[in-house]
Ligand binder design. Sequence first.
Ligand code: VG1
Ligand code: CO
Length: 543
Amino acid sequence: MNIQIIDTKPFADQKPGTSGLRKKVPVFKQEHYLQNFVQSIFDSIGAPPGSALTVGGDGRYFNRQAIQIILKMAAANRFSRILVGKDGILSTPAASCVIRKHGTFGGIILSASHNPAGPSGDFGIKYNTSNGGPAPEKVTDAIFAKTKSISQYKWIEVPDVNLGKVGEQTLDDMIVQVIDPVSDYAALMESIFDFDAIRRLFFSGFKMKFDAMHAVTGPYAVEILQKRLGASAGTVMNAVPLEDFGGGHPDPNLTYAHDLVEIAYGKDGPDFAAASDGDGDRNMILGKGFFVNPSDSLAVLAANATLVPAYKKGLAGIARSMPTSAAADRVAQSLGLACFETPTGWKFFGNLMDAGKVTLCGEESFGTGSNHVREKDGLWAVLFWLNILAVKHQSVETVMREHWNKFGRNFYSRHDYEGIPSEAASGLMKHVTESFAELTGKKFGKHEIRFCDDFSYTDPVDASVSSGQGIRIIFVDGSRIIFRLSGTGTEGATLRLYLEAYEPDPARHNLDAQEALSDFITIASQISGLRERTGRERPTVIT
Ligand code: VG1
Ligand code: CO
């Protein structure tokens, strides 16, 4: 093997965010940029020579070129075997599944999730550890530290691997095993859910639409929903993954998945509709003219978990990210389960799942998952809902309404202010933080603030502390206003305002969420100077 040592200089902007390093494609295409980050990963993870690695991505523009670079660097860094999805494709949950099933030392996932793709779009890279989950902060901190001092990386000059052919090839001394990206994942789903019951549901005439948004889930959804479960042809729309996601924004929410929303709310709409994001880890659940809030979805899955074969013995516990509504907490309480509140980002769930403390995890940002892998999992959530509907023989709306009747409703909404100037965003956060003392105990009409803080989390397993995770303003009745800056954007800053109010009275469950939350929307604006500081009249996206 002819290993070359290439001289390089550090880039100042390689700090991983909520979900790895995300930048515009032209940034990644700079000479040595990707190479520096990959070498920093290899230098930080301590993989013994001869280790195996999983590599794959969401298929977006630059995915294949990046994989060829990573393969050559992996060979130069003495990895012995790489499992890579055919055509470079692996959804994020499928990559997690492959790492775990085949016991690779870790994995590199190429994705910028739901961010738009293409030559001027976004690209991303992250490292997952041997449990299949996103690297914890101590690893991402080490990678970042390395990027700041890197002076060389290892390379071998060999022809590209043929990613289009399943089977083993060699790249110098290293084996590259190109795998079918779907089969391990589909088998795992079949081992979790009651496929017979779901098959009978489809056979009975139940209609579904799944929008793959021209992103990675198309092949997975076609195989599982249409081929294995017998949903009719055409159930999966926009099923072919495209390098630019068809020019779309594969973020499964009411704004960006509007084509599907129109179908779900239209005359003769299907019984059930769902969508996933660019890399397949998010999910949106819709009934006939009915939207399920992701925080509520986690609560429904928890309350009905024993209907699913893999969870029939019950759950170990539930975890949710801090901004996610407390709907799941109410279920945990009624089932006598432990419930954990973590910072935003899936990496914080890994320790809890590895330690057997939780089975289900969820985030308000359309992310739900369980200990079957160590990533959130879009299709898994869709199959979970299908399994519930198949057993209960109820509509999505009825399942949700019965849930609210039993547990009360946590009205919830997230307002995103995307692409605002970074100084305006940090100024707003600073201003609210400096007002904590003055706000505590203050009354706004009938709403009294109980306390405010900047959320800090101590991991119950390894005692690591993560601070600065978002401002919480908590009212006496448990209602909450949360301000947080996004860690995944690539342009300016994105301010997220999260709003939650609990309503026990079923007579009021029909209110529109924005209406039910209007007092808190006003209070949030008042205490933060939102309009003046951002110059925005309204949010970019309301969920
Ligand atoms: C967002 C979401 C967060 C999610 C993260 C990655 O982060 O709020 O809940 O874990 O995206 O999701 P932020 O920092 O922008 O709020 V994905 O689907 O990009 O892997
Ligand atoms: Co994603």
